[in-house]
Design a binder for this molecule. Structure first.
Ligand SMILES: [Zn+2]
Length: 207
């Protein structure tokens, strides 16, 4: 297993549509496990294959309170219900966050790493993460869901480089406990709505 480079915007692969996986072979599994390592290393909640430069419909998710990562192949959102406003970030848009509209709950279907079909109803962070990652497979970024008057908020107002500028506590490689550290630091793939984003001092226009 290996940690791969996470592509940053405006890399074109982030705007391409990933292909359906025909067979869950060793290459696909290796990609999925690399994605799990990469997601954990970056303290993310989720990662899509596009983000490591592979155009296959594979996503991985690990919720902050879960021990195991979820591997979903050919994921599909079958039903979306309701709307809610949530704060969100992306490992491919490092150092920023924004407010987007997501579903209240979804029905979801995918194949897992053992080729079993998984069907579930998701809400809260899981629903948000699944919508975010399936969007990636279709070349969609969370910023596409932001309305024109809304702005991306810079997570670290003082730093241009989103990487390696923290105090190091959340930044070291090899999280031996495997627990994603969810906070408002720049490495989080998704931001949980635990902090009041209105306190963030600096804002940056999206375009
Ligand atoms: Zn993302």
């Amino acid at each position: 297993m290996a940690i791969r480079e996470i592509l940053q915007i405006p890399h074109p692969v982030l705007r391409q549509k990933a292909r359906k996986v025909r067979a869950l072979n060793d290459d696909v599994l290796r990609l999925a496990y690399d994605m799990v390592d990469t997601m954990r290393d970056a303290n993310g909640v989720g990662l899509a294959a596009n983000q490591v430069g592979e155009l296959w419909r594979v996503i991985v998710i690990q919720l902050p309170d879960e021990e195991e990562a979820r591997i979903y192949v050919n994921p599909e959102i079958i039903i979306r219900e309701g709307e809610r406003r949530v704060e969100e970030g992306c490992l491919s848009i490092a150092g920023y966050k924004g407010i987007v509209t997501r579903s209240v709950w979804i029905r979801f279907r995918a194949m897992d790493h053992t080729s079993n079909v998984v069907k579930l109803k998701a809400e809260d962070v899981l629903s948000q993460a699944l919508e975010h990652e399936v969007d990636h497979l279709n070349g969609i970024l969370y910023t596409d869901h932001m309305e024109a008057h809304e702005k991306l908020v810079k997570v670290e107002p003082e730093g241009e480089n989103a990487e390696d500028s923290e105090d190091g506590e959340d930044n070291h490689n090899g999280h031996s406990d495997g627990t994603p550290h969810m906070s408002h630091n720049s490495e989080s793939g998704l931001w949980l709505p635990e902090e009041d984003s209105r306190n963030t001092p600096a804002t940056t226009k999206l375009k």
